[in-house]
Design a protein around this ligand. Structure first.
Ligand code: ADP
Length: 580
């Protein structure tokens, strides 16, 4: 007590000051007197004190100021109201047994009642979401019966708009001396925002789990798809190696190997492409081009599979010439992917339609089949990566589930869009691509290399690859095409051989142990005689950055292994532009 008084006097507060902040930790109510040091006569006394935040406040009075007490009480009240308002907490009080409920405005707001409403226990339950009503009743009864804290979250529902709030209610019961419950009081807090956050997080979590599941499934499918061609390749290799194999069998085995390798190369290309698209690294080589050759190339690519299933393809093209600003290879990849799916997912002997029409300033390209169709719930995510509709028919056709993701990625890079339609399972499917038409007239028609004429010119070709089998087999193919070929198995060897052989074309592997293909190319380009020879890089790396690096090192062309012999022959024979 004296401590309080001396604390006040030490701070030289005038006794008529309404409030004096006394040191932290004071008891909420205290009594003390402040006396004049000289005479010891009382000058003021502490009338009321409260604890507020970290401090205790005392109201000082000198007996003649009841006004001071009122002002202090009013201020306390205001502070409490302010804190209550800020906290968003509503207060409720009920005499037991329940009848009329005393709610403050905030609780009424939590239950969508106006401040003037009088509320009964029936109103309370009526506004609680029907699924939460029974658990809430049970929690209240348990709390009163077992003398435990009441703490529950329920939803309240607006009777007209059906707006929902998530409310947390906390409270407890008072009992009289004989244990009869007399009051059930407590607070409500609106926790809708936290609930929404929780629901959003749960949604994200589910999405992640779903993506994870699809990735696992994809890895399993990928292993399966890459393993599949190995068995026929192994068997074919045995046939070729066998002295008992008839020439026709050897030829057949070779065809099997070629087919399977092309299949694997396509899978790997798709994988690389999708990785580029998801990383935003796929760059289009756009030019103004006519639609027809692009469609022709796509149809050409699917023709063998189409014929294999004895299916009929109807192609409808617009009468007028259609020009697009597009990457011709990528665009025909889009069309052939859609056609290939139509072939895969419809019966042998069925009919597939490819229709191209001009709609305003866009091309509308539709691929329609009357195959297995797509269930409405599967259409939504069908363009997502790794999405494969779980049906026996779908699965048995193989594939990685990335074809449509690639289609969408490429179409969107062209500023277009793609959609899928189906009347449901068994009713066929239609995939529609919209692409903007080119604004400019076509600059020139592109020359197409003809591999059939490839071998008409005899070249001096240097092949350098540390993989002996790869180098030898390539050399054999080139020799069979009528070229003169020399082989080196490392970079230095390639350079020395080049000095004497003076090739007009060099096919250089990039990853050689002593010198990279880039270094060999740079060294060759420094020789006057080699300034204009054709340099072709052979590599397993197909990123655009690899291609750029090769061109910077002096290469004219960049081919990804396994090299398509026809493409190579065409490249060697025709002086096609660099950067292919
Ligand atoms: P993949 O064909 O390699 O599985 P895609 O991305 O090309 O992968 O296709 C994803 C899925 O969409 C397929 O697994 C298939 O279930 C479904 N689908 C695609 N095209 C068709 C179609 N024309 N008819 C029916 N279902 C299709």
């Amino acid at each position: 007590m004296d401590a309080a008084a001396s604390a006040v006097s030490r701070h030289k507060l005038h006794p008529h000051e309404t409030f004096a902040k006394i040191v932290t930790g004071m008891v909420p109510r205290l009594e003390a007197e402040i006396r004049k040091p000289a005479t010891g006569t009382p000058e003021a006394r502490v009338d009321t004190s409260i604890a507020y935040k970290d401090a205790a406040y005392a109201m000082l009075t000198n007996d003649c100021s009841p006004l001071v007490t009122d002002r202090a009480l009013a201020l306390n009240r205001a502070r409490l109201d302010y804190a209550t308002r800020l906290s968003g907490v509503g207060f409720w009080y009920c005499d037991l047994p329940f009848d009329f409920l005393e709610w403050d405005d905030r609780v009424k707001e939590h239950f969508f009642f106006p401040p003037t409403a009088r509320v009964t226990i029936d109103d309370f339950y009526a506004r609680i979401h029907e699924e939460d009503r029974a658990p809430t009743r049970e929690a209240i009864e348990a709390s009163i019966r077992d003398k435990t804290a009441y703490d529950i979250v329920y939803r309240t529902v607006h009777p007209i708009t059906a707006e929902v709030k998530w409310i947390r209610a906390l409270g407890g019961t008072d009992y009289d001396a004989d244990g009869t419950p007399t009051h059930f009081d407590g607070v409500t807090v609106d926790v809708s925002a936290q609930k929404l956050d929780q629901q959003r997080l749960a949604g994200l979590n589910n999405q992640l789990r779903e993506q994870d599941r699809r990735k696992d499934e994809f890895i399993a499918t990928l292993s399966h798809e890459l393993r599949n061609p190995l068995a026929p390749i192994r068997a074919a290799a045995k046939v070729i190696a066998s002295p008992k194999a008839a020439p026709a069998q050897v030829t057949h085995a070779q065809q099997i190997v070629e087919r399977q390798i092309s299949h694997m190369a396509l899978l790997l290309d798709d994988l690389l492409d999708i990785a580029r698209i998801t990383q935003g690294k796929l760059q289009l080589k756009k030019e103004t081009l006519a639609l027809v050759p692009v469609v022709d190339a796509a149809v050409e690519a699917v023709r063998p599979t189409l014929d294999g299933k004895n299916q009929q393809l109807d192609v409808g093209l617009p009468a007028e010439a259609v020009l697009l600003d597009a990457d011709s290879l990528r665009l025909s990849q889009v069309i052939s992917n859609l056609l290939m799916n139509a072939v895969k997912y419809s019966d042998p002997g069925s009919r597939i339609e490819l229709r191209c029409t001009v709609q305003g300033d866009a091309l509308r390209l539709s691929v329609k089949d009357n195959g297995i169709g797509i269930a409405p719930e599967s259409i939504v995510g069908i363009f997502q990566m790794f999405s494969q509709v779980d049906s026996v028919a779908g699965r048995s056709e193989g594939g990685l589930g990335i074809g449509l993701a690639l289609v969408r990625g490429i179409v969107e890079l062209h500023g277009g869009k793609v959609e899928a339609r189906s009347e449901g399972l068994g009713f066929g499917s239609e995939f529609i691509v919209y692409l903007p038409l080119a604004a400019r007239p076509q600059a020139e028609t592109r020359a197409v290399s003809d591999p059939a004429q490839a071998s008409s010119t005899r070249r001096r070709i240097l092949v350098a690859d540390d993989n002996k089998d790869a180098a030898e087999s390539l050399a054999m193919l080139l020799e069979m095409a009528g070229h003169e070929v020399r082989v080196a198995h490392h970079g230095q060897g390639a350079l020395s051989l080049a000095q004497v052989f003076r090739p007009d074309t060099a096919l250089l592997d990039i990853g050689m142990p002593d010198m990279s293909g880039y270094e060999v190319a740079q060294a060759l380009r420094r020789e006057a005689w080699a300034a204009d020879i054709a340099l072709i890089a052979l590599t397993g790396w197909g990123q655009d950055s690899d291609r750029r690096r090769a061109l910077e090192a002096g290469f004219d062309h960049h081919l990804i292994k396994p090299v398509d012999p026809d493409q190579l022959a065409g490249l060697i024979a025709n002086d096609v532009p660099a950067g292919t």
